[in-house]
Structures are given as C-alpha cells and as structure tokens.
Write a protein that binds this ligand. Structure first.
Ligand code: FAD
Length: 473
C-alpha cells in the first residue's frame, strides 16, 4: 500500500441515500473543504441510489408521499419541487393520487439525490471511488482502506453508511441456494426473469418487499398462484386516506419497560378514539428517539422480540398503488397470505416442495415452481458477515449493537466498543438505530445524516488537508 500521500479528510463508505446526504450537508457546511474534501466509496454507478432507490422497476414506488421525502429538513418539499410533474405525468400517470399525494417510482428519488450531488462531483470537492471497501488497517490515527478494483486510500475520518446487506436464506433453504428456482436476493434486477405467467410462486416474508414482488409480477402479466407466508402473516398497512399533522401535538408518555410503553400507546389509542390509529403511530414515530431512550437494553430487546413485527406493519406503510394490486389479487384468490413457519424445502423435477407449519395448525406441504426470499436485510449478522466490518471488529473499533440492530454507536454518532468511544469512526443512518431507535424511513435518515454532517464539520480542522491533484485515480 502506498502511504506517501497525506490522508484524505473524510471517507464515507457506502453511497446510498445516507452516504449521499452526509456528503451533501458536510460540503455545504464546510465550503472551505476543497478538492477531494469528501470521498465516497460506492460500487454503484450513481450516488444516492443504494439498495432502496437503485431499483429500475417502475412498480417499486416510494412508500412515503414525495412531499415528505427530502435531503434537507429545512426544505421538506425539495424532492417534490425537483420532480418535473409534466414529464412524470407522461411516463407514470399512476404516481398521482386524487388526494394530491404523489408516489413516484423509487428510482426517481435516487435520481434526485444524484442531481443534488452532481455540482460537487463536477467541481471535484466530492470524489466517488467506485468499488467495494474490502479491508481496513490502521496506523496511529490514520485509516488505510483497500478498495476492490480501485485505489488504496488513507483517511483521517471514516464514516460507515453501508446499511442494507442482502437477505440471508432461511435455514431450510440453504442447501437449495444455487437452485435456479430459488431467488435468494429479490433486489437483483433479474430476480423475476425466470418466472412464467402461469407458474406458481411462494414468497417467504409478507412485508414491503413481498408487496413489491407481487406488484412487479402482476405488471408482467403473471396470473399464477402466489402464496406469501411469514411467522405472523402480517402485511404492511395502508396509509390514512387523508394525512394530518395532529401527530405533531399528540404526546405519548415515555415508559421504562416495553410492556408499560405498549400500555401507554394503547391508552392514547383509546383516549383518542375519534382519531385514526395512523395519527397515534405517527406520534410514536416522531417521539421515537425519546421513547427508545427511556428503555434499558433488556427492555429494548424485549420490545424487538415481541412488538417489532406489529410496529413494522403499522409504521412502514404501503404505497396506495401497490396496496391496490395486493387487494385485487387477494380478491381474485391468486394471492394467499399465511401465518406459517418454513420447516423443510426439497427440490424435485416437478418444483420445490415446501413444508410449512401454520400458526396453531399442523404441517402442510406446498409444491411451487419458484421460491422468493423476502425476509429482509440481514442486519443482525452484518458485522460478522461483511469483510471490512470484520476487519474493523478485529481492530476493536466496532462491535454489534447489544440489541442486535446494526453497529454499537454513541449518542454523538461515534462508533462504540464496550465503554470506549472511537474518535475517528462514525456510524451514519439506520446502522446506528440501536442507539436512536426509530431510524429507517427516509425522514429520520435525513435528520440523522444532517446530524452526522454537523458533527463531522465540527471535528474537521478549519484549515483542511488538501489533496494534491495527482492523487486522483
Ligand atoms: C428495498 C427498500 C425500499 C425502501 N423504500 C423506502 C421508501 O420508499 N421510503 C422511505 O422512507 N424509506 C424506504 N426505505 C428505508 C431505507 O432504509 C432508507 O430510506 C434509506 O434509503 C437507507 O439508505 P442507506 O444509504 O442508509 O442504505 P442502502 O440503501 O443500503 O445503501 C448502502 C450503500 O452502501 C453500499 N455498500 C455496501 N457495502 C459496501 C462496501 N463494502 N463498500 C462500499 N460500499 C458499500 C451499497 O452498494 C449501497 O449503495 C427502503 C428500504 C429498502 C431496503
């Protein structure tokens, strides 16, 4: 590794929405950061897309109205203002709802973030190193970063923003990992390419990715039988017909235990029986950080174990267009949702036979042509399964969060190991939600990115270390 150049001031690992927004805010707050003031390592061509907004399927829509997704809390309608509504109406009239809400394809949000970063890339203040960070070593306070197919970099401050790893296959399916009828990663562009219109499909998971898959299959003319199952069989709820700002004024009392918090939420629901549950859940979400902060680790774990599935389906709502597709297919009985656990999977010439144990029922088998895994990103195993995080764990500068949600993080965004705060390593976005609680939807991710950028801006010396031009790869 060539260490002859001075280290670059800030390197962000991961250029999805989080990494892009941290860079944008930092560069705005610190105009003195000159050429290569911020570097993002990201294998995708575009910055801002990431796992969520990198999809090319027009059926995959944002699940929060466009007016609530912005890279800047000071300009909440920035994304909506950026959209060219005439052009959108021509290519995607379904994006517009009678209520006035707008739910365009998720790729539009990725394009918006890329457009906001473009001026910084053009001036060279932001550098995009295309590649995957594979390994990290450290000399003194300098990080040495090995990027696949890219340059090696030395950095002063490192920010981790690689939120969503691919899903892991449930244990009974691992022996069929290479079977072409089993789709282990539903986010691949070619995930549905082999499925013919009349073929039957089993989907493991009943969350938002299941809904995306059903919408994509239906748009391709798929008419075959779909069975979607998860342990509780819960599916994401629809948005309220009319949004309201009442959740800004509703207060939910914090509680020291998961059970007491549940009671407080239930009490709010019955005290405000005139309101829809959406308002109460939105109020909980807005006070999420404070409510989470009142719980000790044991109670946080308890909440995750018992309440999270219910929280997720009420809090992560579904785009109305996608909900309509689900409703239609359920009514036509070409889609069935089941609460069941996968016990066994066997591949034969006829298809894949799944043995399920329905909740409270006896085992049953289903022969299907294809199986799609939508169990969600493997956040719990991220430190041990990701090579560069494993390297950081070996250096004793990162560890999994004690709740199992991502990476252990201090309240000021620094990585934490035991009682030690790591001065030159920060965790941005949903990987830090063990510390902050509710931090997954874009509005919270924006707040978190702004806060990380503010913190970085304060850490950097006022006379920045500028990189000589010849370092450019
Ligand atoms: C499928 C999906 C859809 C969603 N839709 C919405 C929505 O509509 N509305 C909403 O509010 N929220 C949505 N969310 C929630 C989402 O978590 C946030 O909105 C946000 O997009 C998270 O972005 P991120 O940059 O933190 O993570 P990611 O999108 O996971 O981006 C991380 C980036 O890191 C890169 N990376 C990974 N490993 C490495 C490495 N070793 N080296 C370099 N780079 C690496 C990846 O290529 C990726 O681009 C969605 C989430 C998912 C998974």
């Amino acid at each position: 590794m060539d260490h002859s150049h001075p280290p670059v001031p800030v390197v962000i690992v991961g250029g999805g929405a989080t990494g892009a927004m941290v860079a944008w805010h930092l560069l705005r707050q610190r105009p003195d950061l000159g050429k290569h003031g911020v570097t993002i390592i990201e294998p995708r061509h575009e910055l801002g897309a990431g796992q969520a907004y990198g999809t090319h399927d027009p059926q995959h829509r944002i699940n929060v109205p466009a007016a609530r997704m912005s890279l800047d809390t000071q300009k909440p309608s920035d994304f909506r203002d950026w959209l060219d509504l005439d052009a959108l109406a021509a290519i995607d009239p379904d994006a517009f709802l009678p209520s006035g809400d707008l739910y365009p394809a998720r790729a539009q949000f990725g394009r918006y973030l890329a457009a906001r970063l473009a001026p910084y890339l053009e001036t060279g203040r932001l550098r995009h190193v295309r590649g995957t960070l594979d390994d990290v070593t450290q000399t003194g306070t300098t990080w040495h970063l090995s990027v696949s197919d890219g340059p090696t970099l030395d950095a002063t401050l490192l920010v981790i923003a690689t939120t969503h790893p691919a899903p892991s296959l449930p244990a009974p399916l691992t022996t069929l990992e290479h079977d072409k009828r089993v789709v282990s990663n539903p986010w691949r562009d070619d995930a549905l390419a082999r499925i013919a219109p009349q073929e039957s499909v089993a989907i493991i998971g009943t969350g938002l990715t299941m809904a995306d898959i059903v919408a994509s299959l239906s748009a391709r003319g798929h008419k075959g039988r779909i069975l979607a199952f998860s342990r509780r069989g819960l599916r994401p709820r629809a948005h309220a017909p009319q949004a309201s700002a009442l959740s800004d004024v509703l207060l939910i009392s914090p509680a020291p235990t998961a059970l007491a918090l549940l009671r407080n939420i239930r009490a709010s629901l019955s005290d405000h029986a005139d309101l829809s549950w959406h308002e109460i859940i939105d109020a909980v979400r807005k006070q999420g950080r404070q409510l989470w902060g009142s719980l000790h680790t044991v109670e946080r774990r308890r909440l995750i174990r018992h309440l999270r599935p219910f929280w997720d389906v009420h809090r992560f709502r579904i785009a109305p267009q996608v909900d309509r597709v689900l409703e239609t297919r359920l009514a036509e009985e070409s889609l069935a949702l089941k609460a069941a656990r996968l016990i066994n999977a066997e591949a034969t010439d006829e298809g894949v036979t799944l043995t399920l144990r329905p909740r409270g029922g006896t085992e049953e088998t289903h022969l299907v042509d294809h199986v799609i895994n939508t169990t969600g990103p493997d956040h719990a195993g991220i430190v041990h399964r990701t090579p560069y995080l494993r390297a950081l764990a070996a250096l004793r500068v990162v560890e999994p969060d004690p709740t199992g949600l991502g990476i252990h993080t201090c309240a000021d965004h620094h990585a934490r190991v035991g009682m030690q705060r790591i001065a030159n390593l920060l965790i941005a976005g949903p990987l830090s939600r063990g510390q902050f609680g509710e931090l997954m939807g874009l509005p919270e991710v924006t707040e978190s990115a702004q806060s990380v950028a503010r913190h970085l801006a304060a850490l950097l010396p006022l006379t920045p270390v500028l990189i000589p031009d010849e370092v450019e790869p």
